[in-house]
Design a binder for this molecule. Structure first.
Ligand SMILES: Cc1cc2nc3c(=O)[nH]c(=O)nc-3n(C[C@H](O)[C@H](O)[C@H](O)COP(=O)(O)OP(=O)(O)OC[C@H]3O[C@@H](n4cnc5c(N)ncnc54)[C@H](O)[C@@H]3O)c2cc1C
Length: 490
């Protein structure tokens, strides 16, 4: 009998699953595996032809899954209202807990410069960790399934429409992501569906984005990097918003890297669109006089200026107070790169709409949210993936704790083999009984090692339009995105 006829006869529609997970990026995948571990009757739905497309691009394909910090340090990095909101999720699932969870699921992790990566430093292994476990746990996953409608059922529970198909569940977890890199599938469907239900969604802005500058000395054709700068971020009127530090990458007048990304996030949080940046190019040399004498003896390169930029910068130096100038170089900002090219979306489901202890919407029982769909974002360093994982885990644990959902813990399963080891075996041609070992390797395995040379994915997925179901499967011509085909470095 069709759902329409059942609805007409006022019969309750048959439950498709206890839990439907909408979106299989970082948050949805961890949620689906967690639901499988807890023995929930669960089904995962994904808009694109494969899961975790954005996950594959993370950390320049090395996938910086989290940060090696304790809960209070993590919360301080998110800051403000986000910190309070995330406290329950992070307390229950801190970075240490995430690492143990990955280890239990066959993925070793390591720490480099405070950032947590898979031991293999290959994002492909993170994705395979999730998809292998979904298969082992028997969690059904439906690809090419964009959810287009969401309705509360009169008897409780939810109706989920995917084109012509209607599914029902006691609980739904929306994990549809932000709106950057739309070709990865994150096109703002979750924000739209929730707005239609009257849920407040705060304005979406670019966070952790590149910045275009007009300064002639930064227009060198070679890509180059300052290993450490300090940027002072101000609005158009000169009001200082704060300082950021880290590397700064220059590519023909576009700046990226940790210091720049974190500066744009700071500006987005202050609602500032016209950003003003001043760069301390030699933060390791404390006084202006020490900078001047180092410059006189060793030249600009001795202060950490890349040689590709040294000649141009030399021409731009003022005749007096050179040391002071190099510690506060005014940059002529033309604009922040657009949201579709940002690493993270600032804004999303308003935090006041969500119970932080459960991730359930206050106004819509049974409807949960997790990941970048929320008005949550962090600085560079693994904070965004961690927030996605922790909120997803909390949502599923909260569903499992409900009285109206049955939890059937699956029978004990063999501990999965270490992910890196599995891949090494595949590469060595060691035969394995596991179906996963025969899986073709993704484009990430074939990427060149150059850190500028991010995989094709990064360029491909930031373009508009590919996320729409009609255009799925269409090949876009290869070539750069944005200005001069730039690629991200996280
Ligand atoms: C280039 C780049 C590098 C990054 N590197 C890092 C890093 O190293 N560390 C870090 O912490 N963060 C990093 N981030 C940020 C991080 O990737 C995101 O914050 C994180 O992926 C968010 O997870 P999510 O599950 O909420 O959303 P997403 O990963 O975007 O997943 C959302 C999923 O939902 C699906 N979906 C959308 N709409 C529908 C629908 N209607 N029906 C069904 N499915 C739907 C999408 O197709 C997608 O698969 C990076 C981001 C980018 C763009």
């Amino acid at each position: 009998m069709t759902l329409a006829r059942m609805e007409k006869r006022q019969e309750p529609p048959v439950r498709t699953a206890e839990v439907l997970i909408v979106g299989c990026g970082a948050a949805g995948l961890l949620a689906a595996v967690s639901a499988g571990e807890l023995g929930l009757s669960c089904m995962a739905l994904e808009r694109r032809h494969r899961t975790g497309l954005k996950l594959l691009m993370c950390g320049n394909n090395r996938c910086n899954v989290s940060h090696d910090a304790d809960v209070s340090e993590m919360l301080a990095a998110y800051g403000g209202a986000m910190a309070e909101f995330l406290r329950p999720a992070l307390t229950r699932f801190p970075p240490r807990g995430l690492r143990s969870w990955f280890a239990r699921n066959g993925l070793g992790t390591c720490v480099k410069n405070g950032r947590i990566y898979p031991t293999t430093e290959n994002g492909d292994d993170v994705l395979h960790c999730f998809t292998d476990r979904l298969r082992d746990l028997g969690v059904p996953l439906t690809l090419n399934c964009p959810v287009t409608g969401l309705e509360p059922l009169p008897d409780g529970g939810w109706l989920v429409r995917c084109g012509g198909l209607s599914l029902t569940a006691t609980c739904v977890l929306l994990a549809t992501g932000g709106v950057s890199y739309p070709k990865t599938g994150s096109v703002g469907d979750g924000q739209r569906l929730l707005s239609e239900l009257g849920v407040e969604v705060t304005p979406l802005r670019a966070g952790l984005a590149g910045v275009d500058v007009r300064d002639g000395w930064l227009q060198a054709p070679e890509k180059c990097e300052f290993l450490q700068v300090v940027l002072t971020v101000a609005d158009a009127s000169g009001r200082v918003l704060g300082q950021t530090s880290g590397n700064m990458l220059c590519d023909r007048g576009c700046l990226r890297g940790t210091a720049v990304f974190d500066a744009t996030r700071l500006a987005a949080h202050h609602g500032v669109t016209e950003v003003s940046l001043t760069a301390d190019l030699c933060p390791g040399v404390t006084s202006a006089s020490a900078v001047a004498s180092r410059l006189a003896s060793g030249g600009l390169e001795s202060l950490g200026v890349p040689s590709a930029l040294a000649a141009g910068l030399r021409r731009a130096l003022p005749s007096r107070e050179v040391g002071r100038w190099l510690k506060a170089v005014p940059l002529s900002v033309a604009g922040v790169r657009p949201l579709k090219e940002a690493i993270v979306t600032v804004g999303g489901v308003a935090l006041g709409e969500v119970n932080p202890e459960t991730m359930e919407l206050r106004s819509h029982p049974g409807l949960y949210v997790a990941g970048e769909l929320l008005d949550v974002d962090g600085p560079t360093g693994g904070y965004n993936l961690h927030a996605a994982f922790a909120t997803a885990r909390l949502a599923v644990q909260s569903m499992a704790a409900r009285g109206d959902i049955a939890c059937r813990r699956p029978e004990a399963r063999p501990v999965p083999q270490e992910r890196g080891a599995r891949r090494v075996e595949r590469e060595r041609g060691v035969p394995s009984s596991s179906a996963s070992s025969a899986r073709p390797r993704s484009s990430c395995d074939r990427r060149p090692g150059n850190r500028w040379d991010n995989s094709e994915l990064t360029r491909k997925w930031s373009r508009d339009g590919g996320g729409s179901p009609e255009r799925q499967g269409q090949q876009q011509p290869s070539g750069g995105h944005g200005k001069g085909g730039r690629k991200e470095r996280w």
